[in-house]
Design a protein around this ligand. Structure first.
Ligand code: SF4
Length: 301
């Protein structure tokens, strides 16, 4: 039988407070449903949650144009949006519920504060990510996004620059790139806007992943924070599996590993983590159980 301490599920695994709050807001609207409910983009990057919302007839729309002729409630997800887009949505007929995470709003406010003082903004993050696209909207068209040291080295010289981070950035990357960006400015303002839940998740992962023979990262393959977490683990442990559900587990590795650490991204629901942990335990228990035949296998009709 697998010993309890052989399988460790991270304390920090699963929904972060921002995602939890956004989902609770949508569920509260659903419970009191008087009008159709829409989200601007998928509420979170997790197929299981998206399917559950669709079953409740809560659907994603993607542009303000799609909102134009609709009645109902439109929820802005935890990633936030640009101020321009917010204005466009508020001008349409739907009621807008803003579920932007307060920790994303904090980063937006820092960008806005320095942008009015003529600072350029540099965001350390992924330019394609919805949160970063939203943050860029606060920079008054003076914004660069960098995700690697090479990109930071290629930045021009600034008189004044304000450096912030995508909230789910890896801390070591943020520090390495901010050091480089400092060399590109006369005045450099740096704010580490990586959110505390992300820092806690990274800290726990770094402590536990290096002592494990196998790390299982549970969460959407399209979820940026889950993918980043899996990349962090790959630098710490030889065997890492990034799975969306228990059906994707590499069973051979699960059975052979001595110590397994299970963690999950900020958009992974607890029921999916529990199902993966349960399957891991079942596979290991089954592997250590001996089958005793009282007849020769194959002889019995
Ligand atoms: S990852 Fe952090 S900033 Fe993003 S929604 Fe969660 S708590 Fe908020």
């Amino acid at each position: 039988m697998a010993k309890a301490e052989d399988i460790l599920v991270a304390k920090s695994a699963g929904f972060c407070p921002g995602v939890k709050h956004a989902i609770e807001q949508v569920f509260a609207l659903e419970a009191a449903r008087k009008k159709p409910i829409y989200t601007l983009g998928p509420l979170i990057h997790n197929k299981q949650v998206t399917s559950m919302l669709e079953r409740k007839d809560i659907r994603a729309i993607h542009t303000p144009e799609e909102a134009t002729n609709k009645q109902g409630v439109l929820v802005i997800r935890a990633h936030g949006i640009t101020p321009d887009l917010q204005r466009q949505l508020e001008a349409c007929e739907m009621s807008v519920v803003d579920a932007t995470c307060p920790l994303v709003k904090h980063a937006q406010n820092i960008i806005a504060k320095y942008a009015v003082q003529d600072y350029h903004t540099v965001i350390i993050g992924d330019a394609e990510h919805a949160e970063v696209i939203g943050l860029m909207g606060y920079a008054q068209n003076r914004c660069h996004v960098v995700s690697s040291l090479e990109e930071a080295k290629a930045l021009p010289h600034f008189e004044k620059v304000n450096v912030v981070s995508q909230t789910t950035q890896q801390e070591s990357v943020f520090y390495e790139l901010s050091e480089e960006i400092k060399k590109h400015a006369d005045i450099c303002q740096i704010s580490n806007t990586i959110c505390q839940p992300t820092k806690d998740r990274q800290k726990e992962t770094m402590e536990q992943a290096q002592n494990a023979d196998l790390v299982i990262v549970v969460g959407g393959k399209h979820s940026a924070n889950t993918t980043r977490l899996a990349a962090l683990c790959r630098g710490l442990c030889k065997h890492v599996q990034h799975v969306e559900t228990e059906d994707e587990l590499n069973e051979k590795e699960v059975v052979e590993a001595k110590k397994i650490f299970i963690t999950a991204g900020a958009s992974t629901p607890s029921w999916v983590i529990d199902s993966v942990a349960f399957r891991v335990k079942t596979l290991r228990d089954r592997a250590t159980r001996k089958v005793v035949y009282r007849y020769k296998p194959g002889e019995k009709k």
